[in-house]
Write a protein that binds this ligand. Structure first.
Ligand SMILES: [Fe+2]
Ligand SMILES: [Fe+2]
Length: 256
């Protein structure tokens, strides 16, 4: 049976990303060659247009953030190849730009769009707006369903009455639940690819405890039934379907 390969890229928070984590994920994209790839939002931090209290020790420079995000997309596009079906789900950090324009320069709203700044259409990424979901097989993938914290992916299953994949929490976990009629559903949150040393909206101790570097993969049956796996990045390495990947090596050797 042909099982479609799907990859899920969680919160990267460029330009405040984990360089090692990013490299490992891109090497998997290149080596494993998924048929589909979904970015689940917070790909760009958009710190420069945040309305949160400003830490002036940090670099506030939207041009730099956009340039870095485009450099990341250049790498990921090249790794995925032209046949991959690509989906970009917006997160609350991308939404920061829309909110900033709406409040500070509403007249410019039609002209300043993150999806244009990232050239997503030209790159072949299909965009899903913030607070909406995209269907991937039988999975409903969204940045978030209005819940926070390490159990948000469990609550998301109840919210969608089915299979849910979220970003946002930076938690790495997969949970299953059944219902009274014997159906089984999955909820997953695939960690993040940011650098805990470079963000300051969470106490570092708490971030170290609750957030984990990683991403997700799934194999889809022809009817869309999804068999998903969280892929943790541990000590700069991960294993995908028996192959060990690191930041340095693209593909690699079969794990013993
Ligand atoms: Fe995030
Ligand atoms: Fe988020």
């Amino acid at each position: 049976m042909l099982l479609r390969k799907e990859m899920v890229v969680p919160d990267v928070h460029r330009p405040f990303h984990s360089r090692k984590g990013w490299r490992v994920m891109v090497n998997v994209a290149e080596g494993w060659k998924p048929d589909g790839c979904t970015i689940t939002g917070d790909f760009v931090d958009c710190l420069a247009v945040s309305f949160h209290e400003r830490n002036l020790a940090r670099r506030h420079d939207l041009a730099w953030e956009i340039e870095d995000a485009n450099a990341g997309l250049d790498e990921l596009d090249a790794a995925l190849g032209s046949k991959c079906e690509k989906r970009f789900v917006m997160g609350n950090h991308e939404y920061r730009l829309e909110r900033y324009i709406a409040q500070k320069a509403a007249e410019l709203f039609p002209f300043v769009k993150l999806e244009q700044l990232l050239r997503l259409k030209e790159r072949g990424w299909k965009v899903t707006p913030y607070r909406q979901y995209v269907q991937v097989g039988k999975l409903k993938v969204s940045h978030e369903y209005g819940n926070a914290g390490p159990t948000a992916h469990v609550k998301a299953m109840a919210d969608v009455l089915g299979n849910a994949v979220i970003g946002h929490t930076h938690h790495l976990g997969v949970d299953y639940t059944g219902n009274a009629v014997g159906e089984s559903h999955v909820g997953a949150s695939f960690g993040w690819l940011g650098d805990v040393e470079q963000v300051d909206y969470m106490h570092r101790a708490k971030a170290n405890r609750n957030w984990h570097l990683g991403f997700g993969i799934a194999r889809l049956e022809p009817d869309g039934t999804a068999h998903i796996q969280a892929i943790p990045i541990i000590k700069g390495r991960c294993v995908v379907e028996g192959r060990l990947y690191s930041a340095a090596l693209k593909s690699v050797r079969r794990a013993a």
